[in-house]
Design a protein around this ligand. Structure first.
Ligand code: HEC
Length: 243
């Protein structure tokens, strides 16, 4: 092999990958236009607006600075990339009370309000695209507070008997061990502490929990950007055979 063909081969091998993974997605996603609902396909008109509430920008910073993205993805893969819709409650609720199966693939609007889309590096832990709804489901039966579940998980995931061998790191530095005089603060975690002290979340923990709770996939999308909903709408009943 001559040096010339080696250099051309090397440039092509990296160049094609760079075009496909960096250049094409950049130009197709840098200026996304709003998507309209289609009367015929969606049964309503108007523009789709991704709703998201919480301390998204601040929380995303705490999420990034603590390396959550190293073990958790935030992308429910599209069908052509190895579909994730088979996983219960990842891209929506598998059994939503009002809408049935709402699972769907991720789309570019899911990262609204974030400077950086935290798609993640590996999946040592489960995908967190829909963690807000998942935690709501966990605490539904016991009538618990999703925030409390998340604070305890962040403080030490292994305190939950079901997760006693969890690989998710504890983040005690996101909490303050405070001396209390008088009443115990409402936000104090129900964990063993020394007499006269309480563990309370810092503002960073509050932002992170607010961010995690904003991760919900519960909005109805226009068909145009939801090509593969988990459950196809119920088919019209078949006509009775004649004769
Ligand atoms: C070393 C890898 C690792 C890192 C880093 C990590 N996690 Fe986890 N996480 C896991 C694993 C593994 C699980 C699976 C359940 C378990 O074992 O607790 C998990 C579970 C979770 C869950 C519960 C998910 C569910 O579906 O029930 C939440 C919420 C969570 N992690 C949040 C975070 C946040 C927030 C951060 C960053 C501060 C973080 N994790 C960093 C590995 C990690």
């Amino acid at each position: 092999m001559t040096f010339r063909s080696f250099a051309i081969g090397l440039t092509l091998a990296f160049g094609i990958a760079w075009m496909a993974v960096v250049v094409v997605p950049f130009f197709s996603m840098r200026d996304v236009k709003p998507v309209a609902f289609d009367e015929a396909a969606d049964g309503k008109t108007g523009i789709y607006f991704p709703k998201r509430t919480g301390r998204v920008a601040n929380g995303a910073e705490v999420y990034a600075s603590n390396g959550c993205y190293l073990c958790h993805t935030q992308v429910v893969r599209t069908t052509d990339a190895g579909n994730d819709l088979g996983r219960a409650d990842w891209g929506g609720n598998k059994t939503d009370e009002t809408r049935g199966d709402t699972r769907r693939e991720s789309n570019v609007f899911d990262y609204q309000g974030e400077k950086f889309a935290q798609i993640g590096v590996s999946r040592l832990g489960p995908d967190l695209s829909n963690i807000g709804l998942r935690v709501q489901n966990y605490v539904k039966e016991s009538n618990g507070d999703p925030k409390t579940w998340l604070y305890l998980h962040l403080y030490n995931p292994r305190l939950d008997p079901k997760l006693s061998t969890s690989k998710c790191p504890s983040l005690p530095f996101l909490f303050e061990d405070k001396a209390i005089t008088g009443q115990t603060p409402v936000a104090a975690l129900a964990v063993p502490t020394k007499e006269g002290r309480a563990i309370v979340p810092t503002p960073e923990a509050e932002s992170l929990v607010s961010y995690l709770l904003s991760l919900k996939r519960d909005d109805a999308l226009p068909k145009a950007i939801n090509p593969a909903p988990a459950a196809k709408p119920a088919a019209a009943p078949a006509a009775a055979p004649k004769g």
